[in-house]
Each structure stands twice: as structure tokens, then as C-alpha cells.
Design a protein around this ligand. Structure first.
Ligand code: SF4
Length: 376
């Protein structure tokens, strides 16, 4: 098996390190396709071309994508000063264990302080990626270190995830001693070996979301069906720990439902519609064939041309802040107010501080805040 076709590449490590049995179950199945993954690929390609001074292959009109990519490219532009830049660094860690390989988005060598910087751009907006002790980042960093062979003393691993809010900001860094990173090689090997045992376990979790085997995975189906049997309602007495476990499992259930939808749709498109279902046309949206021609043909019917355009809207404070000069940002203070959008229930590993509720509210509404009502 060539490295590129190996199932234990760095990009899939979030799955196979947590569910070693996934490698066996996914054998021969095509990678799951999704609009999110395609957008992520487009963002990576655009960033790589910009950073290597090549023009984009096609005009990109997606303002959100351009803005997110520019956060990454601006950061690289600042960090590369006085250093050596490598974009899309393909590496092979077959010396650690056969089949280990990957491509690091961006590597910068800074000879002044003997630091290797390995950056990973994440376009996803749904799940924040933590930088500390992240095995996937260490995999990329180890790959870059052993393949580029710079005499590094420290390695900085950097996550750049502009579209997903995080209390530490869009760019998060962990610096480790090169010796600690080399130690990680044995951990990486252990992860890889675990996937090769014939009874490697199937372990459902949030990582099932894009698993090619999700629609046919018995462990995921079992976990989802067990959850569907539990009932929670205000009138029923319940175990707060069981409620917390059910909340933990929401991502697993969503993954299963998404996989089920995609699998059933693919079957229907292949002529095997499930009984009681049919494929129909989606509603077509009308588009101008040519905007200039339409404008010229239609303006005689309007008093002014402005009536033919969408009204201009002021940028949101967040977007305004991004496009205005840094020095002028304090002006925003007197112009912006914050309106609470309510509370979100999140795991206590989330870095945001917990909402402080008053003792009176806790007295009135015991056990309805999802914490078991004991530590309000
Ligand atoms: S669906 Fe989840 S549990 Fe099943 S193989 Fe994939 S990652 Fe593992």
C-alpha cells in the first residue's frame, strides 16, 4: 500500500486514533463527501496558491471564505519574516510505522531562535480545535521535523481557525521542546498498531460525523438506538448523570442521522429507493443570465436605477472591526452595545466562564440547568 493510499494518514487521525476499528470497517469505502469538506478544500487550495504567489484558479466571490483565508495568509506573512517558508509539505513517517504520512499546510523555519513552526489551517466553523496536546498536530509537526531535518530546538504548533469562535482567539499556539515531540513518535506508533489488531474496537463519538462507514457501522447504530430508548421529561424523575451522558452523545446521534440521510439518498439516486420514498426535483431558483443586459432592459420601468438594487446595509460591528484601521478601533466602544442572545448549554470543558445564576433562581428551578442543580 503506497503512503498516499494508506488509511492511517494524518488528516484522518482524529478518527482512527479514537476508533481503531474504523480502519478495518472503512476498507474499500469511498471517503464521505460533504459540502463542508469541499469548501475546506477550496479554502486550502486558495491559501496555498496565494502563499506561493500563484493567482487563484478561478475568481472567488465568497466573502466569508476570502476573509477566513486572509486571516491565515496574513499570519503567515508576518511569521515568515526572516525565516524559510514551506507550503503544503508532504511527509512520510514510514520510519516510525509503515503507512504514516501526511501534508502539513505550512512550515516556517526560524534559524535565529532555532524554532520550527508548523501551522494547520482549519476552515471548519462547527467544532473548535484545541491546540494543547493535540495528537493530530503533533503528527504534522513530527512529520515536518523529521522530513525537513532542520536543527530545531523548539517546535511551535499553530491552529488557525478563523470561522469558529474560541476564547483564545482564531490563532492558537503550543510550543514544545523538540525532545518531547520526538517522544511522541512512540505514541503515534501505538495508535497505528492499535488499528491493525483483528479485534480493534469500534468506538463511536463525535468523530463518526464524516466516517465513510457511519451508515453501516453496527457500533454507531447500537449506540444511537440505545439512546433513542431513554426518555427525559419534566414530569418524569430522572438521573442527571444519564441526562448529561445523553447530551454528550448528541454528536453521535447527529452523525448517524446524517450518514443515514446520505446513504439513503445515494441508494435512491442509484435506483434503489427505500419503500415509501421517492426522488423529486428541488425548487429551481431563477438567476439573471447577464446582469448588465437585465439592467439595461429593465431600467425604463423604474423611476431610478437605485430601485433595482438591494439596499446597502451597514457592516456588523465584528466585520467593521476587521476592515477598519487598528488604530481607529477604540472609536467602536461608544457605538456598540451587546445584546445577550440567551444562554447555551455546553460541556464544562468549554473555556467560556459559566453564567452565574442567582440563589433565588436556583431555589425556584432546581435541576433544570443541566448541571444537576448542585453547584449553581
Ligand atoms: S462510524 Fe464511528 S464507531 Fe463506526 S467505524 Fe466510523 S468512527 Fe468508528
Amino acid at each position: 500500500v503506497s503512503a498516499e493510499h494508506s488509511p492511517i494518514g494524518a488528516s484522518g487521525m482524529h478518527r482512527w486514533s479514537r476508533c481503531p476499528g474504523a480502519v478495518r470497517l472503512c476498507e474499500g469505502l469511498p471517503e464521505a463527501k460533504s459540502a463542508y469538506a469541499e469548501e475546506g478544500t477550496r479554502a486550502h487550495e486558495l491559501a496555498a496558491r496565494q502563499l506561493s504567489g500563484q493567482p487563484a484558479l478561478a475568481a472567488v466571490e465568497d466573502a466569508d471564505l476570502l476573509e477566513a483565508v486572509s486571516v491565515y495568509t496574513r499570519w503567515v506573512g508576518a511569521e515568515r519574516q526572516g525565516g524559510e517558508l514551506h507550503i503544503e509539505v508532504r511527509f512520510d513517517l514510514g520510519a516510525v510505522h509503515p503507512g504514516l504520512f501526511g501534508t502539513a499546510d505550512c512550515v516556517i523555519w526560524r534559524p535565529d531562535d532555532k524554532r520550527l513552526i508548523v501551522a494547520d489551517y482549519k476552515h471548519g466553523a462547527g467544532v473548535p480545535v484545541e491546540v494543547e496536546n493535540n495528537p493530530q498536530l503533533r503528527y504534522y509537526a513530527l512529520g515536518a521535523l523529521l522530513n525537513l531535518r532542520y536543527p530545531a530546538a523548539t517546535v511551535a504548533m499553530v491552529v488557525i481557525q478563523p470561522r469558529c469562535p474560541h476564547p483564545d482567539g482564531a490563532i492558537r499556539v503550543e510550543v514544545v521542546d523538540v525532545v518531547d515531540l520526538l517522544d511522541f513518535a512512540s505514541e503515534l506508533k501505538a495508535f497505528a498498531v492499535a488499528t491493525e489488531t483483528p479485534d480493534a474496537p469500534l468506538v463511536p463519538g463525535e468523530h463518526c460525523r464524516w466516517c465513510p462507514a457511519a451508515a453501516v457501522c453496527p457500533a454507531l447504530a447500537d449506540r444511537t438506538q440505545a439512546l433513542a430508548k431513554i426518555e427525559f421529561a419534566p414530569a418524569l424523575s430522572y438521573d442527571p448523570v444519564a441526562l448529561a451522558r445523553a447530551l454528550d452523545a448528541r454528536a453521535v446521534v447527529r452523525a448517524w442521522l446524517e450518514a443515514l440521510d446520505q446513504f439513503a439518498y445515494a441508494e435512491a439516486e442509484a435506483g434503489r429507493c427505500p419503500p415509501g420514498y421517492k426522488l423529486v426535483e428541488k425548487r429551481a431558483t431563477r438567476k439573471w443570465i447577464n446582469e448588465t443586459t437585465a439592467l439595461e432592459a429593465l431600467h425604463p420601468f423604474f423611476a431610478t436605477r437605485d430601485m433595482m438594487f438591494e439596499p446597502r446595509a451597514l457592516l456588523s460591528p465584528a466585520r467593521m472591526e476587521k476592515v477598519m484601521p487598528k488604530s481607529a478601533r477604540p472609536v467602536l466602544d461608544g457605538l456598540v452595545t451587546k445584546e445577550s442572545a440567551g444562554h447555551a448549554l455546553v460541556p464544562d470543558t468549554d473555556k467560556r466562564p459559566a453564567v452565574r445564576r442567582s440563589a433565588v433562581e436556583d431555589f425556584r428551578a432546581p435541576n433544570t440547568d443541566g448541571t444537576g442543580g448542585t453547584d449553581g
